[in-house]
Structures are given as structure tokens and as C-alpha cells.
Design a protein around this ligand. Structure first.
Ligand code: IPM
Ligand code: MN
Length: 355
């Protein structure tokens, strides 16, 4: 029997509750498809700061490096908000991404027909939206040097090399080849040198994919186009900070940020996490939506472990549960037949996924 070792990082806020449900679903599909998963928990973020004083303990890096994949919940909270940047929970996550070399962050945005009324946008604008944000994850302004504070000034550096842009562009074009063969590269080349280099490097890669249509779009226009006509997009290729902002925006096409999963992949490792944060205001109440994390577990099965049949089971089960009218509180006003708790939602998905 195939065996996989998963490093589990629950994190802060709603992190533990939603990861618990993803594990429940993973267990159900592993039984159904005949493989085994073992889990080992590690600390990151506020939870790690409280115990060790550091947001990313050495043990966590090692555990993540030695696992077949990493499943991650969410981090952060008011309690740790006033720490200096290097001690913050978020810094732990950024360092882990860097250590694992997961340069490609894939954020698929699908609109479930069952939730068409959940979006703040009109149904005719969002029906059939199916796009993928490919965000560069370990470069750009998040990591550029120099950075810091000096007197009454503070500064960060947005920097990309040709190789960094080319490797993320390749991922976007490969994905486009399996989809509608359209890439929209998003930058600010009318102002920033770093974006001009981004554009040139993407053009280079595009030559290797003559079947794919490439379009360039300024980030301000892309932000507008995402709400004006999101169906025009297939693959959105962009840098770290633009991808961070645009993916939150794109999540609202689907109706709730509690629905969108992500996969962060590199040469060797993979980190799977919902795109939403730790939502400390609703932590511990059993009302968080676990679907984004469960869908991230599905991406882990598909992209990292090659267990496509198990991933299909999860994706089908999520659709079915929504079609039957089960909703967590964030989606309670949209065609809901029954409002369920975080753990009930997990159990329902696990149940349908094992059928
Ligand atoms: C995300 C988050 C992170 C990011 C934070 C928590 C560092 O917002 O995964 O989108 O900015 O990358
Ligand atoms: Mn974000």
C-alpha cells in the first residue's frame, strides 16, 4: 500500500479547526482509494512564537522538508501584531515558502453554480468563471533587499531576475496548455523597470508556446477587468504582491474567501493552504468554512501525490454538498437548506467523498 507522510501546520485562529476537517476528508478518501497517510504536526506563526519565541522553529523547516507534502491552515492574530517584522507570524510563513523553494502559487477561482447568488456580482457576470492565478511566491517586493527603516523613512525593494520570471512564466504557460490556452501577464510596465523586465522575460517564454495567446495587462486595469468581465481570463500570471491582491479580489467572484484553495509548488516541495487568513474574530466558534482547506488538500493529492482519483472524489463531494444546500455561516443567506458547523461540513464532505 502506498504511504504518504504529510507535515501538518495548523497555525492560529481558525487554522486548527479547518485543518482538522481537511484531515477527516483525506482519511476518508485514502481508505476509499487504498493508500495511507500519516500526519506529523509542526508549529508556525503565533502558535510557534508562544512556545519557542520564534515564528518558524528549525524543527518545522526540517519536518516540512522531509515530508511528502505540507498541509497548512492559517496564521496571525492581534496578539502578535505589534512584534517587529522579523518576529511576526507572517514572516514565519514567508520563510517557510522560501526554504521549501515553492515559487509557484496556484490559486484557482471557480464559481460553483450552486452559489451563483453568493457573489456580490451579478450572476450573468460570474456564471462559468474558471480562472487560475499563477502568483510568483518567493521573490519580488516581499523579499527584495535592501529593506528597512531609517529615521522617518522606510523602504522595500521590488526586484526580479530574468530567470525568476522565466520559471514562473513556464508554469503559467504549461497550465494554460491544459486549459483554454490564454495567459494574461499582469504588471505595471508603464511605470516600473522591474515590470519592463518581467514583460520581456514573459515574451521570451511565450515563444516556446506558440499555441498559447499571451496578453499583457497593467495591474490597475486587471483589478478593474476582474470585476467588469472576469470570464475573459484563463490564466493570470503575475508577481508576488500583485498576485496577493488580485487573488483576494478574485475570491469574491466565488462568493466567499472561505472557498478558495491554493497550491504552492517548487522543484521538489509543495505547500497547500487556503488563501484566506486566520480569522481570529470567529475562531473557536465552529462556524468557519473548511472548504478552502479541504479543496487545498485535494490540490495536494492531485499536484503532489498523483492521487487524482482521490482528488476527484473530494472535488465532486464539495459540489454535491453545496448542491444539497448545506452551508456554513459565511454562505448562510444563499440558497441554504441547512446551516452546518465547521465539523459537520467536514463530515458531510468526507461522507460524500467516500461513496
Ligand atoms: C496569502 C497571505 C500571505 C501573503 C500573508 C499571510 C503573508 O496574505 O497567502 O495570500 O501575503 O502571501
Ligand atoms: Mn493574501
Amino acid at each position: 500500500m502506498k504511504k504518504y507522510r504529510i507535515a501538518v501546520i495548523k497555525g492560529d485562529g481558525i487554522g486548527p479547526e479547518i485543518v482538522e476537517e481537511a484531515i477527516k476528508v483525506l482519511d476518508a478518501v485514502s481508505v476509499a482509494e487504498g493508500f495511507e497517510i500519516s500526519y506529523k504536526e509542526f508549529l508556525l506563526g503565533g502558535a510557534a512564537i508562544d512556545v519557542t519565541g520564534e515564528p518558524l522553529p528549525e524543527e518545522t523547516i526540517e519536518g516540512a522538508m522531509n515530508a511528502d507534502a505540507v498541509l497548512f491552515g492559517a496564521i496571525g492574530g492581534e496578539k502578535w501584531d505589534n512584534l517587529p517584522r522579523d518576529k511576526r507570524p507572517e514572516t514565519g510563513l514567508l520563510k517557510l515558502r522560501k526554504a521549501l523553494g515553492v515559487f509557484a502559487n496556484l490559486r484557482p477561482v471557480t464559481v460553483y453554480d450552486e452559489l451563483i447568488n453568493a457573489s456580490t456580482l451579478k450572476p450573468e457576470v460570474i456564471q462559468g468563471v474558471d480562472l487560475m492565478v499563477v502568483r510568483e511566491l518567493i521573490g519580488g517586493i516581499y523579499f527584495g533587499e535592501p529593506r528597512g527603516r531609517e529615521g522617518d523613512k522606510a523602504f522595500n525593494t521590488m526586484v526580479y531576475s530574468v530567470d525568476e520570471v522565466k520559471r514562473i512564466a513556464k508554469v503559467a504557460f504549461e497550465i494554460a496548455m491544459k486549459r483554454k490556452k490564454r495567459v494574461t501577464s499582469v504588471d505595471k510596465a508603464n511605470v516600473l523597470e522591474v515590470s519592463q523586465l518581467w514583460r520581456e522575460s514573459v515574451e521570451e517564454v511565450a515563444k516556446e508556446y506558440p499555441e498559447v495567446t499571451l496578453e499583457h495587462m497593467y495591474v490597475d486595469n486587471a483589478a478593474m477587468q476582474l470585476v467588469r468581465d472576469p470570464k475573459q481570463f484563463d490564466v493570470i500570471l503575475t508577481g508576488n504582491i500583485f498576485g496577493d491582491i488580485l487573488s483576494d479580489e478574485a475570491s469574491m467572484l466565488s462568493g466567499s474567501i472561505g472557498l478558495l484553495p491554493s497550491a504552492s509548488i517548487g522543484e521538489k516541495h509543495g505547500l497547500y493552504e487556503p488563501i484566506h487568513g486566520s480569522a481570529p474574530d470567529i475562531a473557536g466558534q465552529g462556524i468557519a468554512n473548511p472548504i478552502a482547506t479541504i479543496a487545498s488538500a485535494s490540490m495536494m493529492l492531485r499536484y503532489q501525490l498523483g492521487e487524482d482519483a482521490a482528488a476527484d472524489r473530494i472535488d465532486r463531494a464539495i459540489k454535491q454538498v453545496l448542491a444539497e444546500g448545506y452551508r456554513t455561516k459565511d454562505l448562510s443567506s444563499y440558497d441554504a437548506k441547512e446551516i452546518v458547523s465547521t465539523s459537520e461540513m467536514g463530515s458531510l464532505i468526507a461522507h460524500y467523498a467516500s461513496k
